[in-house]
Design a binder for this molecule. Structure first.
Ligand code: WTA
Length: 632
């Protein structure tokens, strides 16, 4: 593949070209893909009244690039290897030809139900092959997929269905997670009591539970598939047509529907996959442990890997069941060469000691990756020594739902960075560090808020149905820049170390959550007057959730309140958002104008009680002493 960077000098030259001639640079990469019609314009953009378009005038179908164009040469090569939750159950494999057929069947099912180009389809499925078929089937017929992670509650699912005005839902009876079986269809039923407007629900059978189908609305996938063929013409889409919506948390209580479009996303997912993971030769076996409900699953488990003709592994289960060797067993079983996971998984397995690793050889591994949160040096070293056996480069990839693909990372085996340093910007990416006044920090080394100065093809194009929110969230803090919400340090040699979020977003086990969302859920619990949620360093999860809660006097049994808050958060958002610590307080530290001083609460939660800064502006400075005293 012509755009593969094989040496540091090639990286440097590509980077230089991408800055000097960005349009020519990306045009050259785009030419490696199949388009129905060529573009008139490579790029037009405005970061003030944000409007970004890449490859305007061109048409394509991303599934044609992921599947059809590989068939002649790779038709019989495995495209997808699916490993079930239970190691005793058979894994399933699909060659590129078989995957195309399955995608076509699912696409024909959607067409038969009346799904049209541009319609929104909400996908709420466990990590089973049908999830991949569903995503690609939407793309094939030009429907917009909105995958909702199956850990979200009925309320969250309903909010996302409503916001996207999705008229179609694809789900399953339930899901396996380790030893547990968790219902999904029942959650969809509950969500559809809240959100109306869904015309049809397709239900995949996973647990063999009795399917309670609502007549005229619900259909069993197993029945529908009997009536469709395995051929479906891909729909020609404009480069800037929406490919998908993916909801993510921001500073406010309401998740945003991040919008990605067809052409630029494809070019960026493919280019970054090929380069960062050095996945050039078709058939390399790549395993990304992320759920397809998150952007990493979209861009690398699915689109990036298939665009480049790799074999992608999809795992239904969890790293610690039936034992803490499950990941390592899967690597040996499927001869995984490139392994991409999250620091939280590494830390939780590291905590189990080395024995579960020693039972496996891991000799097929060549490249390791990390994503989702800063990786601490200790976890990096353990990963490098015990999983990579000291011979596999680790790519620490920094990016976001909004960026569509990896932005700052080393290129495996080509460029290098010390542990816990993401590395250099990839070609085409122009990061800047800004101080509080919005001035660029131009020194070689420095620390500030991370922003991007120039568009790249994979960047988000909007927040669904809300252009003003798009502008306010990303382009208003620092006019003329895309603001990431992260802080970073530039180190000698132009390497970037990501320091974490500087806004009210916390990253819990790689799950991105807004503190305001959690507060909203807590505030709805009976007896709660108000609450404030902050993150604190957590050994395994990266960040934990610390909730300060003010109650009224109506609660007869105090113990009940803890359960109610846990339950309130689980049903308002999902179980992953349950607080690790709840401290009942008589009031929250506020300024005289009524603003909660989160900075102080954050310090208390982090245990930095001797360094609280100026508290004299507080309405009631005495509260602070009380809160410190009651610290958990
Ligand atoms: C954080 C996940 C440090 C960061 C792809 C970002 C990271 C947020 C890294 C986006 C990394 C992601 N090092 N921090 N390698 N990767 N982050 O949208 O705070 O789920 O803003 O996308 O995760 O999370 P999201």
């Amino acid at each position: 593949m012509s755009f593969l960077l094989k040496t540091p000098a090639e990286y440097q030259e590509a980077y230089r070209q991408s800055i000097l001639h960005p349009e020519a640079f990306w045009e050259n990469i785009a030419n490696a893909y199949t388009w129905r019609k060529p573009w008139n314009d490579v790029l037009s953009w405005d970061f003030h009244n944000p409007n970004i378009s890449w490859f305007e005038g061109a048409t394509l179908n991303i599934t044609e690039n992921c599947l059809d164009r590989h068939i002649e040469q790779l038709g019989n090569q495995p495209a997808l290897i699916w490993e079930p939750n239970d190691p005793k159950e058979q894994s399933r494999q699909f060659t590129y030809s078989e995957l195309l057929e399955e995608v076509n069947r699912m696409a024909n099912i959607l067409l038969a139900l009346g799904v049209k180009t541009g319609d929104r389809v909400c996908i709420y499925l466990p990590m089973i092959p049908e999830l991949s078929f569903a995503v690609l089937a939407c793309a094939r017929i030009g429907a917009i997929h909105s995958v909702v992670f199956a850990g979200f509650s009925a309320q969250s699912l309903a909010d996302r269905i409503t916001d996207a005005q999705a008229e179609w839902v694809i789900t399953a009876d339930g899901q396996y997670r380790g030893a547990k079986q968790i219902p999904l269809k029942a959650i969809v039923d509950e969500a559809l009591e809240i959100s109306t407007g869904v015309k049809a629900v397709v239900v995949v059978n996973r647990l063999n539970w009795p399917l309670h189908l609502k007549p005229g609305r619900d259909y069993a996938y197993a029945d529908l598939i009997k009536n469709v063929t395995n051929f479906c013409e891909p729909v020609e889409r404009s480069s800037e047509d929406i490919l998908f919506i993916l909801y993510t948390s921001g500073s406010t209580g309401k998740p945003k529907g991040v919008v990605h479009t067809c052409g630029g996303y494809m070019v960026y997912a493919g280019y970054t996959f090929a380069n960062v993971f050095q996945c050039d030769a078709p058939g390399k076996i790549f395993w990304c442990t992320a759920d397809i409900g998150w952007i990493t699953g979209h861009s690398y488990l699915l689109y990036g890997a298939l665009l480049q003709g790799a074999t992608t592994v999809m795992f239904e289960g969890i790293p610690t069941w039936p034992d803490a060797g499950r990941f390592w067993q899967i690597i040996d079983k499927h001869r995984v060469e490139i392994f991409y996971t999250a620091p939280t998984a590494i830390r939780s397995l590291m905590a189990q000691g080395i024995d579960p690793v020693l039972s496996y050889s891991l000799h097929t591994l060549k490249i390791l990756g990390s994503v989702g949160e800063p990786i601490n040096v200790e976890a990096w070293q353990w990963y490098h020594a015990h999983i990579g056996k000291g011979k596999c480069p680790i790519v620490d990839t920094w990016w976001q739902t909004e960026t569509g693909g990896i932005m700052i990372s080393t290129i495996a085996g080509v460029t290098e960075a010390p542990p816990a340093t993401a590395g250099h910007p990839l070609p085409g990416i122009q990061p800047v560090l800004l101080d509080a006044m919005g001035t660029e920090i131009t020194e070689d080394t420095g620390e500030g808020n991370l922003a991007i100065r120039f568009p790249w093809p994979g960047m988000l194009r909007g927040t669904y149905g809300d252009p003003e929110r798009f502008r306010l969230s990303y382009f208003a803090t620092y006019p003329g820049y895309y603001f990431t919400g992260d802080g970073a340090r530039r180190e000698p040699g132009g390497l970037y170390r990501i320091l974490g979020r500087v806004d009210d977003v916390i990253n819990v086990s790689g799950h991105r959550l807004g503190t305001a969302e959690i507060e909203n859920a807590i505030n709805l619990c009976p007896g709660v007057i108000e609450s404030a949620v902050v993150g604190f360093p957590h050994e395994i999860k990266g960040q934990g959730i610390y909730a300060f809660v003010v109650l009224d006097n109506s609660i007869p049994e105090m113990e009940l309140i803890y359960d109610q808050i846990m339950e309130g958060v689980a049903s308002g958002i999902g179980r992953m958002a349950k607080p690790d610590k709840i401290q009942l307080v008589t009031g929250l530290p506020k300024t005289r104008s009524g603003k909660i001083m989160r900075r102080i609460l954050r310090k208390i939660a982090e245990g930095e009680i001797n360094n609280l800064g100026d508290i004299s502006t507080l309405l009631d400075p005495n509260l602070v002493g009380e809160i410190i005293e009651g610290r958990i």
